[in-house]
Design a protein around this ligand. Structure first.
Ligand code: C2E
Ligand code: MG
Ligand code: MG
Length: 615
């Protein structure tokens, strides 16, 4: 190789060193431009072989051809379609085709191509045993290619093959680094990079983010195994891909969490519409191991403003929104708002502090007396749990019972309430007070259907030496209806133990009317929403009367909850309901105050009664 040819090879090597997957096109063009000049040819090109589809693909050329038709007829050429290109499929040696002196082969090609009169030289790109491409030169008319020129071309082809391999490996690595193994959609890293770019100042906004969470995927994993769970996630990703096409970027954050980012700016309204569209597409059933599965999906939507919101802010907001959607029972779309954030923050805080609350001394019981409104006698007391929260003060059960249920603490919390209430009640009875009264305990749905619940109740009663009929368990109507069979079995077991059963919040939501006859229930508690406005609301009165009549027909006791006014008390009495709880009669009391009240046996009635009503 002459000095000048050596120089061409080394300067090509230097240029190629700078090639990366983002600038290859320019680097290759510039290399080809140098070669056109160095070898004094008219045209240089680089093609890669695609052995999978058996074709040759144009990668770079110099000079650019004017007016390339679309599609470019030589952009992708199948080996089967063209004998010249076919030679490139597994060539191992450089090849020169000249008009003179004509080889037989060249003659044949001239005839076939209708008068080909250029000189053509090509060297294969080789990697191991495989021919990966072609570096080619065209010069019109005849040109002699000297052996040292050809060995320079071979050297350059081998450099190009190395770059080709290196960039392909880089691309593959990047693909692996940016995509999720299981589903082939983007991963968190790629999502963060994409959002980082979209949220740069002066980019167009708002940038919408849709956060997807499969509802109850855990059940699939638990019942059908993790393989089925994985397949379900893959089908989910495919559906998502089919539905959004290239309108959006899709990423999987791990587990069953997916994020979709529409390519174009979007209002909250439009994002919600897109979410609705996707939600219904994803609801279709999937067959896994011969089981037809339907899983609903919860979607949280949040919008980010370029130049203002950070990627982590935006993802956090969408995450809040989806959490809220799930807490609303799943299969819900929630759009982020400040209000929702406060709710979520509160819930997180509760969740955080609730762990360990049962062992700590932070739970307290208050007691709400139940009064005979004819006489003022204290008939029963209902244990109501409160939580002395480290920073939020005394919390009422509505703000943490639901959270406890969702993090599987309801059982533990319920056991604590039952033991504590039974212990206190038993100590009062030992002092001779409250002996004819009933202790009422609220039972969470999760508790009631848990294994061995009736046995645990029996054990607690025995531990504190309480007769079964002195305790009444309050269950909510919704639970009874949701799982009527389990409820029936558990209630039967509880009856064996001897405790009483009340249906709490009767009249709200689901109706147990149809089951009332067949369930071993002793008491109905009329929900306070019907009692509160008695005297003003004729509809409420109708319901209350119906409940009283029903209780009568089935021989059940009836207790009114939430008596706040004398008007309500009088109406209830007039219609035959004399048992009641409510702020008019008494607020919830501390355990010390409750024991004092039990000792007194009666409260001062805050309204005039005709004692004649007492039988
Ligand atoms: P609930 O069983 O229906 O209990 C009655 C609720 O109504 C109590 O609220 C009580 O303070 C309130 N209340 C009674 N009379 C009036 C009134 O005249 N006006 C008004 N505005 N409210 C009245 P609290 O203590 O906040 O309990 C709420 C719910 O939390 C209870 O409703 C019960 O379902 C649940 N809960 C309470 N303690 C426990 C517990 O230990 N375990 C379980 N699982 N749930 C509990
Ligand atoms: Mg109750
Ligand atoms: Mg109630």
């Amino acid at each position: 190789m002459s000095d000048s040819l050596e120089l061409v090879v080394t300067s090509t090597a230097t240029k190629l060193m700078a090639a990366t997957s983002t600038n290859t096109a320019e680097v290759l063009e510039s290399v080809l431009a140098d070669l056109v000049e160095a070898f004094a040819v008219d045209h240089a090109f680089l093609r890669y072989n695609d052995h999978q589809i058996r074709a040759s693909r144009l990668i770079a050329e110099w000079p650019p051809r004017p007016d390339i038709p679309d599609p470019d007829p030589i952009g992708l050429v199948y080996f089967a379609d063209d004998p010249v290109f076919a030679m490139a499929e597994c060539a191992k040696q450089p090849l020169v085709l000249r008009p003179e002196p004509a080889t037989d082969e060249f003659q044949r090609l001239i005839e076939e191509s209708g008068g080909y009169v250029s000189t053509f030289a090509a060297a294969p790109l080789i990697s191991g045993e495989i021919t990966t491409g072609t570096l080619g030169f065209v010069k019109s008319g005849d040109r002699e290619w000297l052996p040292r020129e050809l060995s320079a071309v071979e050297a350059i082809a081998s450099l190009l093959a190395q770059v080709q391999g290196r960039i392909a490996a880089e691309d593959q690595l990047r693909h692996l680094a940016d995509h999720d193994d299981l589903t082939r959609v983007h991963n968190r890293r790629a999502l963060v990079a994409h959002l980082g770019d979209r949220l740069k100042a002066r980019r167009r906004g708002p940038v919408a983010v849709l956060f997807f969470d499969l509802d109850r995927l855990k059940a699939i994993n638990d019942y059908l195994g993790h393989n089925a769970g994985d397949r379900f996630i893959r089908v989910f990703a495919d559906r998502l891909r089919e539905t959004v096409g290239d309108r959006c970027l899709i990423a999987r954050l791990g587990g069953d969490e997916f994020v979709v980012v529409p390519n174009s700016p979007m209002t909250a309204e439009a994002a919600r519409e897109l979410a609705t569209e996707l939600q219904s597409a994803l609801r279709e059933r999937v067959s896994i191991d011969g089981e037809m599965l339907t899983r609903t999906v919860s979607i949280g939507v949040a919008l980010g403003t370029p130049g203002q919101d950070s990627t982590s802010d935006l993802l956090r907001k969408a995450g809040h929104a989806v959490l809220n959607a799930k807490n609303d029972g799943g299969n819900v779309i929630a759009v982020y708002s400040e209000d929702l954030a406060l709710k979520a923050a509160f819930r997180n805080d509760i969740e955080l502090h609730l762990q360990g609350v049962v062992e700590s001394d932070a739970l307290v019981l208050h007691y709400l007396p139940e009064i005979d409104m004819r006489t003022g006698e204290v008939l029963a007391t209902e244990a109501l749990v409160r939580w002395q929260h480290p920073t939020r003060g005394l919390l009422l059960p509505d703000s943490f019972i639901g959270v406890a249920e969702s993090i599987n603490l309801a059982g533990e919390l319920g056991r604590w309430v039952m033991r504590r209430a039974c212990a206190e009640f038993s100590s009062w009875r030992a002092r001779g007070i409250g002996q004819h009264a009933t202790l009422r305990l609220n039972v969470s749905p999760v508790q009631l259907v848990s294994e061995g619940f009736a046995e645990a109740v029996a054990e607690t009663l025995a531990d504190f030496d309480l007769p079964g009929e002195s305790v009444c368990l309050e269950i909510t109507e919704s639970l009874v209806v949701q799982d009527i069979e389990t409820t029936r079995i558990t209630l039967a077991a509880l009856k064996e133990v001897g405790v009483q059963i009340a249906i709490d919040d009767f009249g709200t939501g689901y109706s147990v009317l149809t089951h009332l006859k067949s369930l071993p229930v002793d008491t109905l508690k009329i929900d306070r929403s019907f009692v509160r406005d008695l005297g003003e609301n004729a509809g409420d009165l109708a319901i209350v009367r119906a409940v009283i009549a029903l209780a009568d027909a089935f021989g059940l006791a009836v207790v009114a909850e939430g008596v706040e006014t004398s008007a309500a008390a009088e109406i209830l009495l007039r219609h035959g309901c004399y048992r009641a709880q409510g702020f008019l009669l008494s607020r919830p009391l501390s355990s010390a105050a409750m024991s004092k009240l039990f000792a007194r046996k009666y409260i001062e009635l805050p309204f005039a009664t005709s004692r004649r009503a007492v039988p």
